[in-house]
Write a protein that binds this ligand. Sequence first.
Ligand SMILES: NC(=O)c1ccc[n+]([C@@H]2O[C@H](COP(=O)([O-])OP(=O)(O)OC[C@H]3O[C@@H](n4cnc5c(N)ncnc54)[C@H](O)[C@@H]3O)[C@@H](O)[C@H]2O)c1
Length: 240
Amino acid sequence: MASQTAIITGAGRGIGLKIAEALVGAGYAVLGLDRNNDVVQAAKDVGAIGIAADLADPAAAAGAIASAIDQLGGVHLLVNNAGIFRSTPLLEISADEWDTVMAVNARTMLTTTQAVVPAMKAGGGGVIVNMASMGGKEGEPGQAHYAASKAAVIALTRVSAMELGPANIKVNCLCPGYVLTDMGAETRDPDLIAQWEARSPLGRLASTNDVAGHVTFLASEAGAYVTGQAININGGMIMY
Ligand SMILES: NC(=O)c1ccc[n+]([C@@H]2O[C@H](COP(=O)([O-])OP(=O)(O)OC[C@H]3O[C@@H](n4cnc5c(N)ncnc54)[C@H](O)[C@@H]3O)[C@@H](O)[C@H]2O)c1
């Protein structure tokens, strides 16, 4: 039986699914949440459990987290990875679109964090990893709402680390650069990819593995003294 337990949001595909696979490989019992029903099979395929839930609905999110903790018998690690991307010029972003991006990308992380903390405290501590983005430090044209939501994730992470540290709960966020997943796929072409690759001194974009490895590090003993950080995984595209 796995000694450590992890809940991952947005685990139906992309970065979240790769994190689930990596954590199963590291010996975790893993439960993935996603609004897409495909999460049930996708999680099963990597040795995890999947539950479908729309985390933008606070009541549904709280219920799904409670069910996840129940099924796992506790929770040591929460990875708040679920997110959406929109590309819209600044002057065309509607109030509804702004609210949707902020609700899914930032507010869901508050809701799930509130739902896991009592169980983490009961277990003597825990680890929370929030998925921000390079966009939260330096956005791109067309990404005002996305960039603002990821800056909110960075701020939420810092204050969460301050408030939860005394309960031995570490909170960090990851700031990946461009990762070739389905997210934003409709906005890219070979020229755009080449432009982004040229921004990295390493000359390439990120893989889902590049991101997943940081989660296993932060959840391990080696990462025990890291909290409140916004960690760049961007091949040196930005260095602050
Ligand atoms: N791909 C990139 O270049 C990149 C770069 C930096 C940060 N990120 C961030 O990494 C995370 C994962 O991105 P990805 O590229 O794997 O994207 P993706 O679109 O492939 O996966 C996101 C997953 O989140 C789920 N999701 C979205 N809204 C949800 C909701 N309300 N409730 C439950 N699940 C929901 C989706 O169904 C999907 O399975 C996101 O937070 C994204 O902003 C991505």
